[in-house]
Structures are given as C-alpha cells and as structure tokens.
Write a protein that binds this ligand. Structure first.
Ligand SMILES: Cc1cc2nc3c(=O)[nH]c(=O)nc-3n(C[C@H](O)[C@H](O)[C@H](O)COP(=O)(O)OP(=O)(O)OC[C@H]3O[C@@H](n4cnc5c(N)ncnc54)[C@H](O)[C@@H]3O)c2cc1C
Length: 329
C-alpha cells in the first residue's frame, strides 16, 4: 500500500512513523524547503496532559497520557520524564489554587521540595504544584530525529513541493498541512515564543509561572537554552513577534529568576496553531483522503494518538487481523 502524506510537521511525521512501522510505502511532501518554520518547530515540546486540563477537555488527558511512551519508543533518549513544576508569584498565589482545582495528577509541594527539585529556584516561591508524571522533549531535535529515523525506515521526503504524487499514484492521501488545511471551522491561534541562553540558571523540567492575564512557561533545553512561551492570540498573522509579547514573556522569565534578565535573547518566533471550535483534534476520512488537523496547543502531546486513529482507518481490517494474530501469540 502506498501513502502520500502532505505536511512534515509533527502530525505528518508521526503518521509516517505509525504506518512505515506497519510496512506501508510512505512518501512525505512539504511545500517548505526544510523541517523548520512550521508550528511544530516553534513548540515548547511539553508532554503535559494533566497541566493542560486547566483549559482543556478531559479527552486531552485520555488521548495524551500515552504520548511520552510513544515518543520514547519512536525516538529513544529524547523524552525527559522530570515532571512539571507550577509556581505563582506571591501576589498571584490564588492562581495556584485555581489551577489545582481545574487539574489533577499533582501534589502540593513546599519551599523545601521546590529547592530540592530545582535548586536554582530556592527561596523564590513558598509553594508549588508538582506534576510528577509529565514529560518534555526538544521538539526540533525530535522532528529532525524522527525524519532521520523515517528515512532509515524507507520513507521518502520531497521538500519544496506541495503537489508531488507518490510514484505510481498513492492508494491513500493524508492531509497533515496544519493551518494551510483550510478545513471548514479551522481557525488560527497565534503563538509567540522566545529562546534565551544563560548559564546562570539551570532547570530540570518545564516550569509554569501562573498569572491571571498571561501564564507563561519556561522549558529548558540543552546548551543553556530556555524556550519561553507562549502567547495565545486569535489571529492568523504569522509575522514577527510584537514588542508587547516580548515584554510580557521576558517579564515572566525575569519573575521566575532574575538571572534571565542577563540572558541572551537568541531567537523570537511565531507559530500558528490550527484549532477547531472545541480545541480538540480531528481525524476525518473522505474516500481515500485522510485529514488530521486541529492539534491546537497539543501537537506533540496528541499527534501519536491521532496517528494511531488514522492508521487504523487506513489499514482497516488488515490491522484488526494483525491485532488478532498478536493476541493469539
Ligand atoms: C509557541 C507554540 C508552543 C507550543 N507548545 C507546545 C507544547 O509544548 N506541546 C505540544 O504538544 N504542542 C505545542 N504546540 C502546538 C503544536 O506546535 C501544534 O499543535 C503542532 O505543531 C501542529 O502540527 P501540524 O503538523 O499539524 O502543523 P505544522 O507544524 O504547521 O505542519 C504543517 C506542515 O504542512 C506544510 N504544508 C502546508 N501546506 C502544504 C501543502 N499544500 N502541501 C504539503 N505541505 C504543506 C507546512 O509547510 C508545514 O510544514 C505549540 C505551538 C506553538 C505555536
């Protein structure tokens, strides 16, 4: 069976992996010249289904709780399972209680535990919520690593073309083009982010800083880098970050630790999240075309579950047979 996947973001690559594993002949095409610049490239890489409950449906937890295992199996060594720490400045301490009421899967920790988990935050916050089962990865390394792995598995990539056909014509066509998908009801949610570099702060895990207006997170990456994200603006404007957003993101980073004030601002970026009205992703089939879209702020978290659903649709009974055989053994 031949499959043509349009879009080499996290959605397309995850689907490619799920199907190449099952022996499907996969070609991935992308209008872009490289794996970069799309929404996936700008992501924080948090695999945080419990924290996300703060503003998401229970389905995000159900679909996302297996994500860290999926990434671990697909790309061993990329997933860091250090949990998430959620803190609030003293004047916004009520926000911590509100966050706790809307989420699950955490324990309340005191200043001593905060210092044990993140020594550089010692003395800065009196209490926090610790989501021990959450994980994160570096999305850029994960996308490039997955592409490399897919090439080894025999998947072909064509960059700079949107209309290339799989040789001989595909049996199935999968549209994973994110915001370019133009499905009815799909909307754009602009997300701006920064990357800071400093050797003055070390964090082992993503830290979310609550604030009534703009909650911000800081995700540590290798090389003394920290991704600071992200705005949520109902807009399809893909242009550069605004001065206001930079100020707000930097203020939050500075409130987390003043040493971020001396950090180098090495990058600013904008990504457009594709979302439906309910902010939940959809897998749709129309004849031999599959569409996966609406991953919103959960691309890395939910793409594995969406890829599995799409693979089941594509392979249909063949997969059922496979499962029956596995069960038999
Ligand atoms: C700032 C920010 C932070 C985020 N943080 C997180 C996070 O911590 N955790 C998490 O899980 N999610 C996060 N997200 C959400 C996540 O990034 C998105 O849900 C995800 O990237 C959507 O992936 P996608 O593959 O559907 O779309 P995209 O990544 O946009 O990929 C779509 C691809 O399709 C290509 N394309 C377009 N048109 C065509 C065509 N006609 N033919 C072929 N190719 C085409 C594009 O070039 C692009 O490469 C974040 C998003 C942003 C913006």
């Amino acid at each position: 069976m031949k499959l043509l996947i349009r879009g080499a973001g996290v959605t397309g690559l995850t689907l490619a992996h799920e199907l190449a594993l099952r022996g499907v002949d996969v070609t991935v095409v992308d209008v872009s010249r490289q794996i970069a610049g799309n929404a996936s490239w700008q992501a924080g890489g948090m695999l945080a289904p419990w924290c996300e409950l703060e503003s998401a449906e229970e389905a995000v937890l159900t679909l996302g709780r297996g994500a860290a295992d999926w990434w671990d199996a697909a790309l061993p060594g990329h997933v860091m399972r250090n949990g998430t720490l959620v803190v609030a400045p003293a004047r916004d301490a009520d926000e911590l209680d509100r966050f706790g009421r809307r989420t699950s899967g955490f324990r309340k920790v005191d200043a001593e535990t905060i210092a044990a988990l993140e020594p550089d935050l010692e003395g800065r916050f009196g209490r926090a919520l610790f989501f021990a089962d959450e994980a994160h990865l570096d999305p850029r390394k994960a996308l490039l690593g997955l592409q490399k792995q897919l090439v080894r598995m025999g998947v072909r990539f064509e960059f700079g073309y949107g209309a290339v056909q799989a040789p001989g014509g595909p049996d199935f066509d999968a549209d994973c083009t994110g915001i370019a998908g133009r499905q009815p009801g799909l909307r754009s949610v602009r997300g701006e982010m920064l990357i800071l570099r400093t050797s003055e702060v070390a964090l082992a895990r993503p830290v979310r800083l609550l604030h009534p207006r703009i909650p911000v997170y800081v995700v540590p990456r290798s090389g003394n880098l920290f991704m600071v994200g992200a705005t949520m603006i109902e807009s399809d404007a893909a242009g550069p970050v605004t001065a206001r957003s930079v100020m707000e993101l930097l203020n939050a980073a500075y409130a987390l630790h003043p040493a971020f004030g001396e950090a180098e601002l090495v990058e600013t970026g904008t990504g457009i999240r594709p979302a439906f009205a309910d902010n939940l992703p959809r897998v749709e089939r129309e004849g031999n075309t599959i569409r996966i879209n609406g991953l919103y702020r959960h691309g890395f978290l939910l793409a594995p579950a969406m890829a599995r659903q799409a693979a089941a649709m594509i392979l249909g009974t063949e997969m059922e047979k496979e499962r029956a055989l596995e069960a038999h053994h």
